[in-house]
Every structure is written in structure tokens, then in C-alpha cells.
Design a binder for this molecule. Structure first.
Ligand code: TXA
Ligand code: MG
Length: 344
């Protein structure tokens, strides 16, 4: 921890755990340090960063004004997976916000992150600690695999409990809220406090307000599709198509299936199956999502197919990430038929 603090003070980067995903941190008030984040992640500079602080007072100092609704939201959700975007004060340099007049701030709910912030004493800018466009790391090992030696220090705080990123909400000076990225705090939880929440998670024309809004993001190297139905009910069809494909191309397509719950029915030897939870619990699915994708992505498969989940609670954020990781491609059967026709 002491080394990490020295690193931050010297303008170097520190990867650290949060309850959502691991962050790649730099002193948010030091433009040269922040520049290293963009270089290390190969992140386009038009993508603004989230600034992490350890107290509400510290958050307030980064904004011009703090409307009443922000107090309510902070009372309910901080420390936690909610990021609030408001017009920025002069403390934050332009490189952090990619020139936007607003800054995104949150207090993370992880003892190591909070200790780091408290001892460092200032705001820490930190995007997820992965190369731009790929899945966010939920363990210290995943950070090391994605960024390797380009990060001098990785603080290991175990697996990130939430498993996907914070919910990003923009707060207008009149208190109106707009959801920019679904995440760890469910839309229903926000609506319970404030009925009127606009949703705007689509990519913007011209100015992009959230990189999480890019249509292709969080993508594995292996092509990914979303399953049209529960895997349990599709296996026979897939097996039949498999056979046709195998006869035509003289090999089995290697398919990785991510299911929502455990499933012990037998599968073809070329298929790898991984359950994201024991019983379909959406929190467990979120917790295991990125790690599951990464695991299958390392197996040299032809295709990943993923079961979809209901878009409620954290399921909204899970589906947001899956839609982006697959660029919205749906339907394994159709795809296999197309492949089969092409091969024959
Ligand atoms: O859970 C998280 O939010 C993690 C951990 C490390 O805190 N961080 C994270 O950072 O996911 P990143 O850079 O991968 O995503 C930051 C999100 C993006 O969607 C970004 O566009 C949005 O926050 N954002 C940052 N500043 C913004 C601003 N001024 N206006 C609108 N969106 C902003
Ligand atoms: Mg990210």
C-alpha cells in the first residue's frame, strides 16, 4: 500500500480492486499521470474517465454545484457501484473528462480502494484496468493478463464482488437524471427514489458521452452470439446441425456455451459448457460473467454462445454487456445453418 501511494504521488499508475471491476488509477489532478492511463489502455482520448474519491465532501469539491438529489443518491448508494456525472469544478484537468464540461465521480465500496484513496488523500482517476474494448478485469490476475508489465503495481483484493461496472447517471442542474450506462445499481432501485429517469445508453452522434455506449465493447476475441432460447431446449437441434457441419467440413465446430445455471445433460465432446451460476441467480451471473467469457475465450473455440437473462435488476446491465460483446448478434441455429450451407 505504501509503495502504491508513492507510485501515485510520483505520477505512476496503480491497478487496484473495486467492488465492480479492477481500476487502473492515476492522480486525477496530474495531467501527465492521467495521460499514462490512455497510453497503457490504448484508449481513445475522447473517452472520459471516472474519478474515485473516499468521501462525499471530496466528491462535492469536484463539482460546481451539488443538487439535492445527489445527496439522496449518495446517502443510498455510496460507497457503491453508482457513478454520478455533473458539471466539473476547476480541480479536474480537461484530459480526465476528455474536454467535457462534466466529471464522473464515485465512492467505491471496497476496503482496499477506500484505504488507497484515504491514504493518498486526493481523487484517483481510474477506468477499468484492461486494454480498450475488451472485457473488464474482475481479478488481479486478469489485470496482469491484460496489461502485463505496463502497470508497475497491481493491488490484489480478491475477486470483485459485483463483477460488472458501475451504473453511470448524469445529473442535470435541475435534478433530472439520465442513465448513461446500466451497472451494479439496478434501474428499479434508482426509480424507487426518483420516478423520472431518462435512459440514453445509445452511442451519441458526434460527442460520445460514455465509452460503455459504444456498440462493440467488452468483446472477446472469439466471435460471440446470443442464444435464441434456453440452451437445455436447443441442444438437440444444435447437435443435428453439428453433425451436418462435421460431415461437410470434416471437423466439429468448437462451440463454447455460457449458461445461466448448472446443467448436467450430456453434450458433444467439441462443446465446452460453463455455468454462470448454480441456479440462475442474476447477481451470481453478473459476478461470474467477465471471468466466464475470458475463460472460454482462452480455449481456442470457433464460437461462443451465451444464454440471455431477464432485463431486471442487475440483469439489465448483464444484457447490456452481452449485447455489446456480441455486437447484438442473435441466434446460434441460424448461424450454424449459414455456416453449414457455406461449407457444403
Ligand atoms: O465500475 C466502474 O465504473 C469501473 C471502476 C474501476 O470504478 N470503472 C469503469 O471505468 O468502468 P470506464 O472508464 O471503463 O468507464 C467509465 C464510464 C464510461 O462509460 C464513460 O464514458 C463514463 O463513465 N463517463 C466518464 N466521464 C463521463 C462524463 N463526463 N460524461 C459522461 N460519461 C462519462
Ligand atoms: Mg471499461
Amino acid at each position: 500500500m505504501q509503495k502504491a501511494i508513492r507510485c501515485l504521488r510520483a505520477g505512476s499508475l496503480v491497478a487496484f480492486p473495486t467492488e465492480t471491476v479492477y481500476g487502473l488509477g492515476a492522480d486525477a489532478t496530474n495531467p501527465d499521470a492521467v495521460c499514462k492511463i490512455f497510453e497503457t489502455k490504448k484508449r481513445p482520448v475522447f473517452n472520459p474517465l471516472i474519478v474515485h474519491v473516499h468521501s462525499f465532501a471530496a466528491a462535492k469539491s469536484l463539482w460546481k454545484k451539488t443538487p439535492a438529489i445527489v445527496h439522496t443518491l449518495a446517502d443510498h448508494f455510496w460507497p457503491g457501484p453508482l457513478t454520478l456525472v455533473l458539471p466539473k469544478s476547476d480541480i479536474i484537468p480537461d484530459i480526465v473528462t476528455a474536454g467535457l464540461p462534466t466529471v464522473a465521480v464515485r465512492i467505491p465500496r471496497h476496503p482496499v480502494a477506500l484505504e488507497l484513496l484515504r491514504l493518498f488523500g486526493g481523487p484517483i482517476a481510474a477506468p477499468s484496468a484492461n486494454l480498450f474494448g475488451s472485457t473488464s478485469p474482475t481479478s488481479a490476475l486478469a489485470v496482469a493478463e491484460s496489461l502485463g508489465r505496463s502497470v508497475p503495481i497491481i493491488l490484489d483484493g480478491g475477486a470483485s464482488g459485483v463483477g460488472l461496472e458501475s451504473t453511470v447517471v448524469k445529473v442535470e442542474p435541475n435534478g433530472e437524471l439520465t442513465l448513461l450506462r446500466p451497472g451494479g445499481v439496478g434501474l428499479e432501485e434508482l426509480e424507487a427514489l426518483n420516478k423520472k429517469i431518462k435512459i440514453d445508453t445509445r452511442p451519441h452522434q458526434g460527442i460520445l458521452e460514455s465509452p460503455g455506449q459504444l456498440t462493440t465493447h467488452y468483446a472477446p476475441r472469439t466471435p460471440m452470439v446470443l442464444l435464441e432460447r434456453e440452451w437445455r431446449k436447443m441442444q438437440k437441434d444444435v447437435l443435428r446441425l453439428h453433425g451436418g457441419f462435421a460431415r461437410a467440413s470434416r471437423r466439429w465446430p468448437k462451440i463454447g456455451i455460457l449458461t445461466l445455471r448448472e446443467d448436467k445433460t450430456p453434450i458433444s465432446p467439441a462443446t465446452k459448457r460453463l455455468a454462470l451460476s448454480a441456479d440462475g441467480s442474476l447477481h451470481e451471473v453478473a459476478f461470474n460473467l467477465f471471468e466466464g467469457i475470458r475463460k472460454l475465450d482462452k480455449m481456442g473455440l470457433d464460437l461462443l454462445a451465451v444464454e440471455t437473462c431477464p432485463e431486471r435488476g442487475i440483469g439489465f446491465a448483464v444484457m447490456d454487456r452481452l449485447n455489446r460483446a456480441s455486437s447484438g448478434k442473435k441466434g446460434l441455429i441460424g448461424l450454424l445453418i449459414t455456416e453449414y450451407c457455406r461449407e457444403t
